[in-house]
Design a protein around this ligand. Structure first.
Ligand SMILES: *[C@@H]1O[C@H](CO)[C@@H](O)[C@H](O)[C@H]1NC(C)=O
Ligand SMILES: *[C@@H]1O[C@H](CO)[C@@H](O)[C@H](O)[C@H]1NC(C)=O
Ligand SMILES: *[C@@H]1O[C@H](CO)[C@@H](O)[C@H](O)[C@H]1NC(C)=O
Length: 285
């Protein structure tokens, strides 16, 4: 006779072998997947705009800095959990990592900055008259929102050119097929290949877009929805029982998100099937 006490215990069944995971932290379920939830830090106020650099395993984020009396920038290493504030930038709003070159860019209300890991500081490299509110890099091409008029621009070296005519854009992303997903005061839209604009019928707001391979997901009050750019629909793929202020994917199915003053890492527990203890016990008796 085996007695099992379930206190923060995850019991899984793996190839006819009972495996019991003692977890030191809570477990999060998103759709069919289980994740182990780990607090990375709670030492920064209101962290948002997460950006992950898989080469260094550093997670960059924006936070409200008491000394700057404005937004600062910092990073935390997801392995060592050491974090550091980045010098040379304030009132910064955006971050993007060019996954091909490894360059890390920040946006502020006085232009575009690049991160120097040797000095742990940010250096202003241009677009001085642009309020760089959001940065997206796809296929070596940088796109931004200019906070002065909330329109999207494509960046060519030190110059910018307008991408589309959408106004009041507060967030956007570009998927693997070059569709531009964006949120304005009027709703959620998708510009097919950057051209024909389709308004989404199912959602009016997306707090965040997540691009994963060729799929685009929106984080909404209802959970995670997959967006169809062509017919302007969105359908729910998973509930979320937390409200992330910022959420992104890392390596190997990791998810990082922030809420309040906390930044969490969700590590997938994917290769196991949940073992239904009560049913199994009943079948045996
Ligand atoms: C994404 O779409 C492109 C073009 O439609 C295709 O070549 C590629 O294989 C797709 N990638 C994935 C991961 O589905
Ligand atoms: C939109 O396209 C998706 C995928 O092709 C399909 O499943 C869905 O039924 C379509 N919805 C509408 C309203 O046409
Ligand atoms: C586990 O078994 C219980 C009791 O039979 C059942 O109510 C529950 O839905 C099952 N859960 C899963 C995940 O199969």
């Amino acid at each position: 006779m085996i007695y099992i006490i379930i206190i923060n215990l995850l019991i899984v069944f793996l190839e006819a072998k009972l495996v019991i995971y003692l977890t030191d932290g809570p477990i999060e379920k998103i759709g069919p997947r289980l994740y182990k939830k780990e607090l990375l830090t709670n030492e920064y106020k209101d962290p948002i705009e997460l950006a992950y650099d898989s080469a260094t395993r550093n997670l960059f984020f924006m936070y409200m800095d008491d000394e700057l009396l404005n937004s600062g920038r910092a990073y935390i290493n997801i392995i060592t959990k050491e974090s550091k504030k980045i010098k040379g930038i304030k009132r910064n709003k955006a971050t993007a990592i060019d996954s091909e070159t490894g360059q890390i860019y920040f946006g502020s209300n006085d232009g575009l900055y690049v991160y120097d890991p040797l000095t742990n500081s940010a250096e202003n490299i241009g677009l001085y008259n642009v309020d760089v509110f959001k940065i997206v890099i796809r296929d070596n091409q940088m796109y931004i929102i200019d906070g002065n008029n909330h329109m999207i621009y494509k960046v060519f070296g030190k110059k910018v050119s307008k991408l589309g005519n959408a106004k009041t854009v507060i967030n956007f992303d570009i998927d693997g097929e070059r569709n531009v997903h964006f949120v304005t005061m009027c709703g959620v839209f998708c510009a097919l290949n950057g051209n024909e604009i389709v308004k989404n019928k199912d959602i009016n707001i997306a707090y965040n877009f997540i691009i994963d391979n060729n799929k685009t997901y929106a984080i909404t009050d209802e959970g995670i929805l997959e967006i169809n750019c062509y017919n302007g629909t969105a359908y729910k793929v998973a509930d979320l029982n937390f409200h992330p202020r910022s959420i992104i994917f890392g390596d190997y199915g990791d998810i990082f998100y922030s809420s309040d003053d906390n930044i969490y890492r969700l590590k997938p527990i994917t290769s196991y099937v949940l073992y239904n203890l009560s049913r199994k016990q009943r079948n045996k008796t």
